[in-house]
Design a protein around this ligand. Structure first.
Ligand SMILES: Cc1cc2nc3c(=O)[nH]c(=O)nc-3n(C[C@H](O)[C@H](O)[C@H](O)COP(=O)(O)O)c2cc1C
Length: 176
Protein backbone atom coordinates (compact mmCIF):
# COMPACT_ATOMS: atom_id res chain seq x y z
CA UNK A 1 0.00 0.00 0.00
CA UNK A 2 1.21 3.52 -0.82
CA UNK A 3 2.56 5.58 2.04
CA UNK A 4 2.73 9.35 1.93
CA UNK A 5 5.87 11.13 3.09
CA UNK A 6 6.63 14.79 3.63
CA UNK A 7 8.33 16.21 0.51
CA UNK A 8 11.57 17.07 2.31
CA UNK A 9 11.95 13.62 3.86
CA UNK A 10 13.43 10.62 2.04
CA UNK A 11 16.28 12.82 0.77
CA UNK A 12 18.82 10.17 1.77
CA UNK A 13 17.07 7.72 -0.55
CA UNK A 14 16.90 10.32 -3.33
CA UNK A 15 20.49 11.52 -2.99
CA UNK A 16 21.72 7.94 -2.72
CA UNK A 17 20.04 7.16 -6.05
CA UNK A 18 21.15 10.35 -7.80
CA UNK A 19 24.75 9.79 -6.78
CA UNK A 20 24.88 6.14 -7.82
CA UNK A 21 22.72 4.66 -10.62
CA UNK A 22 20.23 7.52 -10.95
CA UNK A 23 16.47 8.00 -10.78
CA UNK A 24 13.79 8.15 -13.48
CA UNK A 25 12.47 11.51 -14.72
CA UNK A 26 9.23 10.90 -16.64
CA UNK A 27 7.50 13.34 -18.97
CA UNK A 28 4.80 12.96 -21.60
CA UNK A 29 5.93 13.53 -25.17
CA UNK A 30 3.80 15.58 -27.60
CA UNK A 31 1.97 12.38 -28.63
CA UNK A 32 1.08 11.55 -25.03
CA UNK A 33 3.68 8.78 -24.74
CA UNK A 34 5.52 8.75 -21.39
CA UNK A 35 9.31 8.88 -21.71
CA UNK A 36 11.54 7.85 -18.78
CA UNK A 37 15.01 9.44 -18.69
CA UNK A 38 17.69 8.64 -16.13
CA UNK A 39 18.84 11.64 -14.10
CA UNK A 40 21.79 12.09 -11.78
CA UNK A 41 21.24 15.78 -11.15
CA UNK A 42 18.33 17.24 -9.22
CA UNK A 43 17.52 19.46 -6.28
CA UNK A 44 14.77 19.63 -3.73
CA UNK A 45 14.06 22.84 -1.86
CA UNK A 46 11.85 25.88 -1.69
CA UNK A 47 11.30 28.12 -4.72
CA UNK A 48 8.65 30.84 -4.92
CA UNK A 49 7.64 29.80 -1.40
CA UNK A 50 6.66 26.34 -2.62
CA UNK A 51 8.28 22.93 -2.25
CA UNK A 52 10.08 22.36 -5.52
CA UNK A 53 12.00 19.67 -7.40
CA UNK A 54 14.43 21.12 -9.92
CA UNK A 55 15.78 18.85 -12.65
CA UNK A 56 18.62 19.74 -15.03
CA UNK A 57 18.20 18.54 -18.58
CA UNK A 58 20.58 19.10 -21.46
CA UNK A 59 19.14 20.78 -24.53
CA UNK A 60 19.82 17.90 -26.92
CA UNK A 61 17.70 15.39 -24.94
CA UNK A 62 14.26 14.38 -26.19
CA UNK A 63 13.16 14.97 -22.61
CA UNK A 64 14.13 18.63 -22.97
CA UNK A 65 11.81 19.01 -25.96
CA UNK A 66 9.03 17.23 -24.10
CA UNK A 67 9.44 19.26 -20.91
CA UNK A 68 9.18 22.52 -22.84
CA UNK A 69 5.65 21.56 -23.90
CA UNK A 70 4.60 19.69 -20.74
CA UNK A 71 2.56 20.70 -17.70
CA UNK A 72 4.07 18.20 -15.29
CA UNK A 73 6.78 15.64 -14.65
CA UNK A 74 7.38 12.87 -12.16
CA UNK A 75 10.55 11.53 -10.55
CA UNK A 76 10.59 7.89 -9.46
CA UNK A 77 13.40 6.60 -7.27
CA UNK A 78 14.42 2.92 -7.26
CA UNK A 79 15.12 1.06 -4.04
CA UNK A 80 18.88 1.16 -3.29
CA UNK A 81 20.88 -0.83 -5.83
CA UNK A 82 17.82 -1.87 -7.85
CA UNK A 83 16.80 -1.41 -11.51
CA UNK A 84 20.39 -0.88 -12.66
CA UNK A 85 19.85 -2.27 -16.18
CA UNK A 86 16.69 -0.22 -16.60
CA UNK A 87 18.48 2.95 -15.44
CA UNK A 88 21.28 2.25 -17.88
CA UNK A 89 18.89 1.80 -20.80
CA UNK A 90 16.92 4.95 -19.98
CA UNK A 91 20.19 6.85 -19.58
CA UNK A 92 21.74 5.78 -22.87
CA UNK A 93 18.82 5.47 -25.34
CA UNK A 94 16.59 8.24 -26.58
CA UNK A 95 12.81 8.25 -26.48
CA UNK A 96 12.88 9.91 -29.89
CA UNK A 97 13.24 6.52 -31.51
CA UNK A 98 12.26 4.07 -28.76
CA UNK A 99 9.44 3.35 -26.33
CA UNK A 100 11.74 3.15 -23.30
CA UNK A 101 9.07 1.95 -20.87
CA UNK A 102 8.51 -1.07 -23.12
CA UNK A 103 12.19 -1.60 -23.96
CA UNK A 104 13.19 -1.53 -20.29
CA UNK A 105 10.26 -3.68 -19.15
CA UNK A 106 9.04 -0.91 -16.87
CA UNK A 107 5.40 -0.17 -16.08
CA UNK A 108 3.87 3.30 -16.30
CA UNK A 109 1.41 3.69 -13.42
CA UNK A 110 -1.14 6.51 -13.23
CA UNK A 111 -0.03 9.27 -10.88
CA UNK A 112 -2.43 10.76 -8.35
CA UNK A 113 -2.49 14.44 -9.21
CA UNK A 114 -0.70 14.92 -12.54
CA UNK A 115 -1.15 13.41 -16.00
CA UNK A 116 2.42 12.12 -16.19
CA UNK A 117 2.73 8.54 -14.90
CA UNK A 118 5.19 7.21 -12.34
CA UNK A 119 7.44 4.15 -12.70
CA UNK A 120 5.58 1.37 -10.87
CA UNK A 121 8.72 -0.66 -10.09
CA UNK A 122 10.28 2.20 -8.07
CA UNK A 123 10.11 2.82 -4.35
CA UNK A 124 9.55 6.59 -3.96
CA UNK A 125 7.74 9.05 -6.19
CA UNK A 126 7.51 12.82 -6.66
CA UNK A 127 4.66 14.33 -8.68
CA UNK A 128 5.47 17.83 -9.93
CA UNK A 129 3.67 20.62 -11.74
CA UNK A 130 5.96 22.64 -14.00
CA UNK A 131 6.41 26.19 -12.76
CA UNK A 132 9.24 27.60 -14.87
CA UNK A 133 12.37 26.83 -16.81
CA UNK A 134 15.64 28.65 -17.32
CA UNK A 135 18.53 27.93 -19.62
CA UNK A 136 22.11 28.01 -18.37
CA UNK A 137 23.63 30.63 -20.68
CA UNK A 138 27.28 30.06 -21.52
CA UNK A 139 28.48 33.55 -20.45
CA UNK A 140 26.85 32.97 -17.06
CA UNK A 141 28.93 29.92 -16.18
CA UNK A 142 31.49 31.17 -13.70
CA UNK A 143 33.72 28.09 -13.58
CA UNK A 144 35.56 27.39 -16.86
CA UNK A 145 36.15 23.80 -15.75
CA UNK A 146 32.39 23.20 -16.06
CA UNK A 147 32.34 24.55 -19.64
CA UNK A 148 35.18 22.23 -20.53
CA UNK A 149 34.16 19.11 -18.65
CA UNK A 150 30.56 19.16 -19.81
CA UNK A 151 31.35 20.29 -23.38
CA UNK A 152 29.33 23.48 -23.11
CA UNK A 153 31.50 25.17 -25.74
CA UNK A 154 29.01 24.29 -28.48
CA UNK A 155 26.19 25.94 -26.52
CA UNK A 156 24.51 22.65 -25.61
CA UNK A 157 24.06 23.58 -21.96
CA UNK A 158 21.55 22.27 -19.43
CA UNK A 159 18.23 23.86 -18.59
CA UNK A 160 16.73 23.90 -15.11
CA UNK A 161 13.07 22.93 -14.91
CA UNK A 162 11.35 23.88 -11.66
CA UNK A 163 8.44 21.70 -10.60
CA UNK A 164 6.14 22.31 -7.67
CA UNK A 165 5.98 19.12 -5.64
CA UNK A 166 2.31 18.16 -5.34
CA UNK A 167 2.53 14.61 -3.99
CA UNK A 168 5.24 12.40 -2.47
CA UNK A 169 4.77 8.77 -1.55
CA UNK A 170 6.39 5.37 -1.45
CA UNK A 171 5.01 2.22 -3.02
CA UNK A 172 6.84 -0.42 -0.94
CA UNK A 173 5.10 -3.41 -2.53
CA UNK A 174 6.19 -2.31 -5.98
CA UNK A 175 9.86 -2.18 -5.11
CA UNK A 176 11.81 -4.93 -6.83
C1 LIG B 1 23.40 7.75 -14.40
C2 LIG B 1 22.97 8.76 -15.44
C3 LIG B 1 22.58 10.02 -15.03
C4 LIG B 1 22.18 10.99 -15.98
N1 LIG B 1 21.78 12.23 -15.56
C5 LIG B 1 21.35 13.15 -16.47
C6 LIG B 1 20.86 14.42 -16.01
O1 LIG B 1 20.74 14.72 -14.81
N2 LIG B 1 20.50 15.33 -16.97
C7 LIG B 1 20.58 15.05 -18.32
O2 LIG B 1 20.25 15.91 -19.15
N3 LIG B 1 21.00 13.83 -18.76
C8 LIG B 1 21.37 12.88 -17.87
N4 LIG B 1 21.79 11.64 -18.28
C9 LIG B 1 21.78 11.34 -19.73
C10 LIG B 1 20.37 11.00 -20.26
O3 LIG B 1 19.69 10.12 -19.39
C11 LIG B 1 20.50 10.34 -21.65
O4 LIG B 1 21.12 11.23 -22.54
C12 LIG B 1 19.18 9.84 -22.21
O5 LIG B 1 19.45 8.89 -23.24
C13 LIG B 1 18.30 10.95 -22.77
O6 LIG B 1 17.06 10.37 -23.13
P1 LIG B 1 15.96 11.14 -23.99
O7 LIG B 1 16.60 11.51 -25.32
O8 LIG B 1 14.86 10.12 -24.15
O9 LIG B 1 15.54 12.33 -23.22
C14 LIG B 1 22.18 10.67 -17.36
C15 LIG B 1 22.57 9.38 -17.77
C16 LIG B 1 22.96 8.43 -16.82
C17 LIG B 1 23.36 7.04 -17.29
Amino acid sequence: MDQDFVWKDETDLLWGALSSGGAFLVVLDPHGKPNPMTIGWGQIGIVWSRPAFTVLVRQNRYTYECLRAAESFTVSVPAPGKLKDELFLCGTKSGRSLDKFRAAGLTPRAARLVHTPIVAECLAHYECRLLARTLVALPDVADPEIVDRFSYTDGNTHAAFFGEILATYTTPNSAT
